[in-house]
Design a protein around this ligand. Structure first.
Ligand SMILES: *Cc1c(COP(=O)(O)O)cnc(C)c1O
Length: 352
């Protein structure tokens, strides 16, 4: 028998472990709570039936990219599709940098940035956020330049903090550094400070989008990178050939063709978000130390004992996310949000 050992960067990794099991109410993954209506589902089924699943899909998801480019107001040459934006983050880290290159991430922010940077043997420079969870962009710019940092990636608005930064601030990163600046706009539909309109001015700027949140398509796994042509062509060259499945392309074509419906759904989600936020905000003080303002479809909360609230919610069949000392709660339907708020009220009033 030959000996084989896993290399040290993966030997201690554990498979991703989202909340599993049966929950009455799922407010843990920032998905949309809106399901496609019967007519949409029928159209998706028809589109699949009319295509040949014995054949490989279009390697560049051309139709889907065209639709998404139209939605974003850019040219299709500036768009590449991925198997979720997660795949694109992974490809960027693995191919756009060299071993030992430094990449700046902020903390807290989306945990996958650091994960993929580590797998790519990059050195992660962590810029800690303050108590208010805001970023001082000028300080970040200075640090990137002083420490020869090759890339910077952040979500705007941020998951998990739910806070957005104005585009005029964000763009300084691309303007004043030579780093590859990756802005993950997974939640921008809820905030409207996108830098997509400035892509043609900055060759070092990449915007990531996902269909998993505002578009209600987490199940099909579809994300995009938007950038200047050199970056997009490089991404097309390094990605795996058939990374977006035929079924995904079929469903996306149907959903992305109806931009009116998408906009309506975003408004519906924002209303639900406001309802949830106001309900939680009303309980601030005592157990709930801080309820952060939200520019997303979820609410970020610091509680005196976040774990206890998380566990109590679980016992009541409600899944939310526990992130360090904080809780992240996704906006759900009116009934789900009401059930969450009722349960939260009980928990905080018995623990004052
Ligand atoms: C959910 C999320 C993603 C992941 O998107 P997928 O397209 O589902 O892989 C990326 N970035 C942020 C900040 C997210 O919250």
């Amino acid at each position: 028998m030959r000996k084989f050992t896993l290399n040290e960067k993966i030997i201690n990794l554990k498979p991703y472990d989202p909340i599993c099991g049966e929950y009455r109410i799922r407010l843990d993954a920032n998905e949309s709570f809106i399901t496609p209506d019967d007519e949409m589902n029928k159209k998706i089924a028809e589109t699949i039936t009319a295509s040949s699943i014995n054949r490989y899909p279009d390697p560049y998801a051309t139709d889907v990219c065209k639709l998404f480019a139209g939605y974003c107001g850019v040219s299709p040459e500036n768009v590449v599709a991925g198997n979720g934006s997660d795949e694109i983050i992974s490809i960027l880290m693995a191919s756009f940098f060299s071993r030992g290159d430094k990449i700046a991430v902020f903390a807290p922010d989306f945990s996958m940035y650091q994960f993929y940077a580590g797998l790519a043997d990059m050195e992660t420079v962590i810029i800690q956020k303050g108590e208010d969870m805001r970023i001082d962009i000028d300080t970040a710019v200075d640090r990137i330049n002083a420490e020869n940092i090759k890339g910077v990636i952040l979500s705007n608005p941020c998951s998990p903090t739910s806070i957005g930064i104005p585009a005029t601030q964000i763009i300084k990163l691309a303007q004043k550094t030579n780093a590859l600046v990756v802005i993950d706009e997974a939640y921008m539909e809820f905030y409207h400070e996108s830098v997509i309109g400035m892509l043609h001015e900055y060759e070092n700027l990449v915007v990531l989008k996902t269909c998993s949140k505002a578009f209600g398509l987490a199940g099909i796994r579809l994300g995009f990178a938007l950038a200047g042509e050199p970056v997009i062509n490089a991404l097309k060259a390094v990605k795996s050939p058939y990374n977006v499945s035929l079924l995904t392309q079929c469903a996306a074509k149907v959903i992305l063709s109806d931009t009116e419906k998408i906009k309506q759904n975003i408004q519906t989600i924002k209303k639900a978000r406001d309802f949830l936020y106001n309900g939680i905000k009303n309980m601030e003080g005592g157990q709930l130390l801080q309820v952060f303002p939200t520019d997303t479809n979820f609410v970020f909360v610091k509680a005196r004992d976040s774990r206890q609230i998380y566990e109590e919610m679980k016992k009541n069949g409600i899944a939310i996310r526990l992130i360090g000392d904080y809780l992240r709660i996704t906006a759900g339907t009116q009934e789900e949000n009401t059930a969450f708020l009722d349960t939260l009220k009980k928990i905080v009033s018995t623990n004052l």
